[in-house]
Write a protein that binds this ligand. Structure first.
Ligand code: 0A1
Ligand code: ZN
Length: 860
């Protein structure tokens, strides 16, 4: 069976096979007669032979059949080769016209032109345009687009496309039309249109050079009141990109549309960003502070793509991190500038560790510039995005902000209007920033998270720091070369709590190197990888006393957080190994942090949180989900009990606040719910009442959901009442209902798996909406103990969902596969069950290449 599948396995696309396009398409005119069941798409392509060859024009298609084909105005027979339209052409330049019919309503993959909640919208990245019309669907074919849309006026009163609107009118018969033109040549993955009954939150922004840009955020009328935060974020982003990168917006209009059904977060189509509504809509009653932050971060991300992605795009999909890594770095910088930079860095590193580190150590590990793929949609990964951002951050650290800015200026100037490569970016960093990045380039080619072992010796007045690095083997890459690791480092005096030297940026380039610190008179304590300056793991062998010391005195907030995390991790790992842990050092360190008046509450809220069960599992050779859960709950209980007074004070201190969206208010809310969780962990008799009071009295979703989580994790009689009340209040709000599903999927109770199996049958659960699938199935895979239940029912649940979803939406189905690929990290019995689950997926007849690639690679 496996062999039969293997011979039918989808083709592998390789980076080394890149060839420039045979034909260019400088101009394209598209004419859409829109209808949800049958849309006629007429395209007119000006094509130009690229180079001296006699190859035909090959136009990609996916499930399309031409209705008509004309070459230079003459109707012509057509030939399909697989899905592609092959057009032999005699000369150097021709006009090719193709007509096709497509059915947006039947498009459940949500790629190409599809229907979502009564509106029609597009998603073309990476290869969705070929589901709309025949075209050379590759990012290095750049065209000027003009788009005409005609549609029923009542159903689709608003017609939007890329660029600027040029004309509109009545078409008779209850229909109307609009024309848009985008003067900037772009690859087809940036094409977009939207037709629907939408209203706009309108505003404007005046650019650096004094041009007025009309801004619109388009949503269903009922959602209009939830768009102000996104609009504020958009204007802040536009100003920030001018101030920090010198990048100005370039069209007269910038539109954003929110849609309910979307495979990813959002899409940076030129001048017409299309968003998953969860990253646009926010008001205090329905969105948490984390949602507000995510809205601002994604709005910024998509806006920043206008330069890093659109004006300078990617030559081919192997270069995806060129736009994604750089743009994530830019949105991280932006968010850090809006509030607490320290907390933002902690959150970003937490995301990296939760999503990217496991990827880098598993069967799907790939470098930020992969060498091959079967299905490009599978490569929108935490490695490309988040590790990609860390690689840019390291160049920023090595060059320093001024030289980095000079280098990005050079990059944008040199490649504006081009489809560039990661290599082009690094060369611009070298030329504009004045650095030799020869060895640094290994970050683009080597997968795996480097491991650093640090040993600090002290003798007389000299401290010697010896650093050894190794990059673990990953699939296809057994032997690794040493990397360039920028490690911000400082030494502290354990006795006086002062620093012993200035911070140094150490560049570790060899497998083993010793760095000398002079004039160190007392025993030093090592603070290394401050600010998480390199995306690596560092083993320092620091004992509990030194970690506790740093958690209280390090002047780098990230290092302070990190010391506490390490102390907690060491404690939990020892407890898992020995069955019972010594919690004293963690309790004292948390007490110190809670009582430090100089710390802001948001930071405290993060610092006192225990590492997740999954992250504890990452530290172990063989993950024992039950033992990890017991150890972590025991530490939570002890922390709760030992510091109950402190938790109560922290909780009560933030109780009376009225909702306000400010860094201070957010911090207070964060700490309040963290404290509530610890009060419940302590087993306090009134914990459920406290939680219920917070739940019913909340004037915002952060407090309400925080309280619901505490109740859901417990077993008080108020639990069901709260779940029921939450459901009744929000049953018509899909985004909030997603939270209701997720809160239960993440429950720490013994019955989480049973609850999830019941929720799968809930009338509000549907495979048709990707957010809902992620809210239940995606979230549940993060519930280590529930998902990895010893009897394998968690795996069975996931496989059923993947197989069923694959028939309608392969992209979203494929994203659910990777948790099963961690089988090597589990005991024999679980590993066998996980492999069997993957086997069941791979053997499913008619599997998409998206899911086949993920599942077959995960079997390893
Ligand atoms: N470029 C987008 C991500 C994205 C990729 C693929 C999609 O297809 C369904 C959608 C969005 C970003 O980085 O935001
Ligand atoms: Zn992006």
């Amino acid at each position: 069976m496996l062999d039969a599948q293997a011979t039918a396995a989808p083709a592998v696309i390789r980076r080394e096979d890149y060839r420039p396009p045979d034909w260019l398409v400088p101009d394209i005119a598209l004419d859409f007669r829109l209808d949800s069941m049958r849309t006629r798409v007429a395209s007119r392509l000006q094509v130009v032979r690229n180079g001296d060859h006699d190859r035909p024009l090959v136009l990609d298609g996916d499930g399309l059949t031409p209705v008509a084909l004309r070459i230079d105005g003459v109707a012509t027979d057509w030939r399909l080769d697989g899905d592609a339209l092959v057009v032999p052409l005699p000369g150097g330049a021709h006009v090719v016209e193709v007509e096709v019919d497509i059915a947006p309503e039947l498009n459940t993959q949500l790629m190409g032109l599809y229907a979502s909640g009564g509106l029609l919208c597009t998603q073309c990245e990476a290869e969705g345009f070929r589901r709309i019309t025949f075209f050379p669907d590759r990012p290095d074919v750049l065209s000027r687009y003009s788009v005409r849309m005609e549609a029923d006026k009542a159903r689709y009163p608003v017609l939007l496309a890329n660029g600027d609107p040029v004309a509109a009118g009545d078409a008779g018969d209850g229909r109307h039309w609009a024309e848009w033109r985008d003067p900037f040549p772009k690859p087809c993955y940036l094409f977009a249109l939207v037709a629907g009954d939408l209203v706009a939150n309108r505003d404007s922004f005046t650019t650096l050079s004094g041009r007025k840009v009309d801004l619109g955020i388009w949503v269903r009328a009922a959602d209009l009141s939830k768009t102000d935060h996104a609009m504020t974020a958009l204007k802040l982003s536009m100003a920030w990109d001018e101030a920090v990168y010198g990048r100005e917006y370039d069209l007269d209009v910038f539109n954003i549309v929110a849609v309910a059904d979307f495979n990813f977060g959002a899409m940076e189509n030129k001048g017409l960003n299309i968003f998953n509504s969860r990253y646009i809509l926010a008001d205090p009653d329905t969105a948490t502070d984390a949602d507000y932050d995510a809205v601002a971060g994604v709005v910024a991300h998509e806006y920043f793509h206008n330069w890093s992605g659109n004006r300078v795009t990617c030559r081919d999909w192997f270069q995806l991190s060129l736009k994604e890594g750089f743009t994530v770095f830019r949105d991280q910088q932006f968010s850090a500038d809006q509030g607490s930079a320290a907390v933002k860095r902690i959150e970003d590193v937490r995301t990296l560790r939760a999503a990217q580190f496991p990827e880098d150590s598993g069967p799907l590990a790939h470098p930020i510039r992969p060498e091959s793929y079967m299905e490009i949609s599978n490569f929108y990964t935490a490695t490309i995005y988040n590790k990609g951002a860390e690689v840019i951050r390291m160049m920023h650290a090595i060059l320093g902000p001024e030289r980095f800015r000079a280098a990005t200026d050079l990059y944008f100037a040199r490649h504006d209007g081009e489809a560039a490569t990661c290599e082009d970016f690094v060369v611009a960093m070298e030329d504009g920033g004045g650095a030799d990045l020869t060895q640094f380039r290994r970050w683009y080619s080597q997968a795996g998270t480097p491991r650093v072992v640090a040993t600090l010796d002290h003798e007389g007045t000299t401290a010697r720091l010896t650093l050894e690095q190794a990059v673990p083997a990953t699939p296809g890459q057994p032997d690794k070369q040493p990397m360039v690791l920028p490690l911000r480092t400082r030494l502290f005096c354990g006795e006086t709590s002062g620093p012993l030297c200035d911070e140094r940026l150490i560049l570790l380039t060899e497998p083993r190197q010793t760095f000398v610190f002079d004039d160190i008179a007392t025993r030093p304590v090592l603070s290394i990888n401050r600010g998480f300056s390199a995306p690596v793991t560092v083993e320092t062998g620091r004992d509990a006393a030194d970690l506790a010391f740093l958690s209280a005195h390090d002047d780098d907030p990230f290092a302070r957080y990190e010391a506490m995390q390490q102390l907690m991790l060491d404690t939990l790992v020892a407890a898992v190994a020995e069955g019972r842990g010594d919690h004293g050092a963690v309790i004292e360190a948390v007490r110190n942090t809670l009582s430090d008046p100089a710390l802001d509450k948001a930071f405290v809220g993060e610092a006192v949180l225990l590492p997740s069960e999954a992250f504890v599992g990452e530290q172990m050779l063989v993950v024992d989900p039950d033992a990890i859960h017991r150890a972590r709950e025991a530490l939570r209980t002890d922390l709760g009990k030992a510091l109950e007074g402190e938790w109560r004070a922290a909780h009560a201190g933030a109780q009376a606040n009225r909702f306000e969206y400010s860094p201070a208010a957010k911090g207070a809310r964060r700490l309040k719910t963290v404290a509530l969780g610890y009060i419940a962990a302590a087993g306090a008799a009134d914990a459920a009442e406290l939680a219920h009071a917070q739940f019913t009295g909340a004037d915002n979703m952060t407090d309400r959901q925080g309280a619901l989580t505490t109740l859901v994790n417990g077993d008080s009689a108020l639990r069901e009442a709260a779940l029921e009340a939450f459901y009744r209040r929000y049953r018509d709000n899909a985004l909030v209902l997603d939270k209701w599903f997720t809160t239960q999927a993440l429950s720490t109770r013994d019955d989480a798996l049973d609850a999830v199996l019941a929720l799968e049958k809930h009338p509000d659960f549907t495979l048709a909406n990707p957010n809902r699938v992620r809210a239940l199935a995606g979230a549940f895979t993060a519930n280590q103990r529930g998902f990895h239940a010893a009897d394998g029912r968690g795996y069975g649940f996931l496989v059923d969902i993947i197989v069923a979803l694959d028939r309608i939406n392969p992209q979203t189905a494929a994203k659910l596969v990777p948790p099963l690929g961690r089988w090597r990290r589990f005991d024999e019995a679980r590993a066998t069950l996980m492999r069997a689950a993957l086997g069941r997926i791979v053997e499913t007849p008619g599997l998409s290449k998206d899911v086949f690639e993920q599942a077959s690679k995960s079997l390893g």
